[in-house]
Ligand binder design. Structure first.
Ligand SMILES: Nc1ncnc2c1ncn2[C@@H]1O[C@H](COP(=O)(O)OP(=O)(O)OP(=O)(O)O)[C@@H](O)[C@H]1O
Length: 258
């Protein structure tokens, strides 16, 4: 086990796969001011290697979602640096950041974020249409088949189970071949079977497509699909576990008071 108190000089690197793809150095994010200030991230330094699967865990309010959002460029830190490859998010204009995010990242949320009026196929095609990219229906159908939904492409979200909806969201996320998939409790609303299918797809994105996955989860069984678990407590890195298993992750969480 290794840990860092968030010292910017100590970069916790994500081994496995290639070198570091995503890095945060000395990142702080504070909400509110004065006595009401909440230090959601308090000097976090961490790297995520290319083609690796990392789970972010920790007690409620420890800063997991804030870290994910800063790493994904959805939120801007107050200080510190966030990089994706050679793109320094913290130095980019909003417009340039959006362009990098659209090209190289995808985000999967707990509540799927599908458009209820659109079919599975049209949901998968929508981000490309909004970004003005060429529509590739064959690829969308292929991805829906890959996630086990070949016979559901014409169904709307309301006609699909939670697990099926999340698999549509994964097909949508994979459409533009992102380097990094950020997932915020992607199995939080699913039963064990549906959650297992989603986690297997995220694992396959890393193993077969060489993509990088960073996932917030509260579930030690979900974390066991990852190569590594980074633990947060009070906005700081509290631990870093390689090749995690359910038991070790659970004992970490007990120690952190979860
Ligand atoms: N928009 C906001 N305004 C004010 N405070 C916020 C905001 N977003 C997050 N916070 C606070 O920052 C801290 C970290 O929040 P964050 O959502 O990152 O934690 P988390 O570990 O993901 O929690 P959970 O497991 O409950 O989802 C919390 O104390 C939270 O209340």
């Amino acid at each position: 086990m290794r840990s860092s108190g968030g010292n910017p000089a100590t970069v916790i690197s994500g081994q496995r796969g290639g070198g570091s793809l995503v890095s945060l150095i000395g990142v702080t994010r504070t909400y509110g001011r004065g006595n009401a200030a909440v230090h959601a991230l308090d000097g976090v330094t961490v790297e995520f290697a290319a083609a690796s699967f990392t789970a972010l865990m920790g007690p409620s309010g420890s800063g997991k979602s804030t870290l994910l959002h800063c790493a994904a460029g959805l939120d801007r830190p107050d200080s510190g640096t966030v990089r994706l490859g050679d793109a320094e998010f913290t130095a980019l204009s909003d417009r340039a950041l959006l362009a990098v995010r659209r090209a190289r990242t995808a985000v999967i949320f707990q509540d799927f974020n599908l458009v209820p009026a659109l079919t599975a196929l049209d949901n998968v095609l929508l981000p490309g249409r909004l970004a003005g990219r060429r529509t590739d229906g064959d690829r969308a159908r292929e991805l829906l088949a890959d996630v086990g939904l070949a016979d559901r492409i014409g169904h709307r979200p309301g006609e699909l189970s939670g697990g099926q909806q999340q698999r549509v969201a994964i097909a949508r996320a994979l459409m533009h071949r992102p380097d990094v998939l950020f997932a915020d409790e992607p199995t939080g609303a699913l039963d064990t079977r549906g959650g297992g299918q989603v986690l297997a797809l995220l694992r396959a994105a890393v193993d077969s497509r060489r993509q990088t996955v960073v996932m917030v989860t509260h579930d030690p069984r979900a974390a066991a699909y990852a190569d590594r678990v980074v633990f947060l407590a009070d906005g700081r890195i509290a631990g870093d576990e390689r090749a995690p298993d359910t038991e070790r992750v659970s004992s970490w969480l007990t120690r952190l008071g979860t």
